[in-house]
Design a protein around this ligand. Structure first.
Ligand code: AKG
Ligand code: FE2
Length: 322
């Protein structure tokens, strides 16, 4: 027999059965309370509990999935990107200021990620340089900073000048310094190309620094690297912020992801960048790009913040061999 006619019969059967049971109720002569929506189901306390737990489970699931959906990943650690970007409207104040500088204002603000600018060898050389130089000092809290331009290095709860140490004078070799400069130049070209501005209108600015982040408890406000901020407000001279990641999220450390906050759009969705060795992130430094770094929970995270300004008077020069 064709299955559709079996189905049809079964359906007819079940409709009939339903009618029968309805008839049974109608034929009853007992006095029963009348409920508008039928008789109230009687649930044992055990069933009530199991149903409540089930409902709670469903609610928890809905909450958990909606929480996880609230962030979108701009760049995953495991994936290699030639160019990944998001264009956004510039903050009005930022636009007003940057317009003053000829050839330096972007057509649109935004964020760019590329894994094709800095090679793995360059990233490894810079990582070794950071590890070597930072071993001469280091914060007691979770964030150590090294500025090769000024020589500033976190030391306990203060900063020292690494070049004033005998061992610090030769801490950077000529070859390492050459790579640092090549990387800086390549990033400058990339910023100019992505944001469609004149590379000559961009100038390296202060602070440009290496960072080493871990899960130690903070000892000074400098150690609290996880706060939300806008770079233009924290560092006045910034117009374009770039970051070079020197090691890998989920491999060398856990936590330490970078979050762009999208509260402005009222979506409460964050946009995440997962650090990857040699990955470069470039973004306009105005209030269109508020961000924070997630606290590292395991391991040590290394990165370089390379900053550019359109204001010639705020330019700094590349570091020289000591
Ligand atoms: O290291 C990072 O990913 C971001 C650092 C940062 O926000 C900054 O230097 O202003
Ligand atoms: Fe920042």
């Amino acid at each position: 027999m064709p299955s559709s006619s079996v189905k049809k019969r079964n359906t007819e059967k079940s409709i009939k059965n339903e009618n029968k049971s309805e008839e049974k109720v109608d034929n009853s002569t007992e006095e029963k309370p009348k409920y508008r929506y039928g008789p109230m189901p009687k649930l044992s306390s055990q069933r009530m509990w199991s149903r409540s737990i089930m409902i709670l489970g469903v609610l928890l699931y809905v909450w958990w999935t909606s929480k996880n959906e609230s962030d979108q990943i701009l760049a995953k650690q495991k994936q290699l990107y030639d160019k990944r970007y998001q264009m956004i409207d510039c903050d009005k104040e930022f636009l007003k200021e940057i317009r003053e500088y000829k050839g330096c204002a972007p057509r649109k603000c935004g964020r760019f990620i590329s894994d094709q600018i800095v090679t793995a060898t360059e990233a490894e050389t810079l990582l070794r340089l950071a590890q070597k130089a930072m071993s001469l000092g280091g914060s007691h809290g979770g964030a150590t900073i090294l500025d090769l331009h000024s020589g500033a290095l976190s030391h306990g709860d203060k900063f020292i000048n690494v070049y004033s140490l005998e061992s610090g004078k030769k801490v950077v070799s000529a070859a390492e310094l050459a790579i640092y400069k090549i990387v800086r130049k390549k990033i400058q070209e990339a910023v100019a190309s992505f944001f469609n501005v004149n590379p000559e209108s961009l100038h390296l600015t202060h602070p440009t620094f290496f960072s080493r982040l871990n899960n130690k408890d903070p000892k000074t406000p400098h150690d609290e690297y996880w706060h939300e901020h806008v770079d233009k407000e924290t560092y006045e001279s910034f117009h374009y912020t770039t970051l070079v990641y020197l090691n890998d999220y989920e491999v060398d450390f856990k936590g330490g992801r970078f979050f762009f906050l999208e509260n402005e759009k009222k979506t409460h969705k964050n946009t995440t960048v997962e650090p990857r060795k040699g990955r470069v992130s470039m973004f306009t430094s105005g209030a269109e790009n508020p961000h924070f770094v997630e606290r590292v929970s395991v391991g040590t995270r290394y990165a370089i913040t390379v900053s550019f300004t359109c204001d010639k008077t705020k330019a700094i020069v590349d570091p020289v061999l000591k």
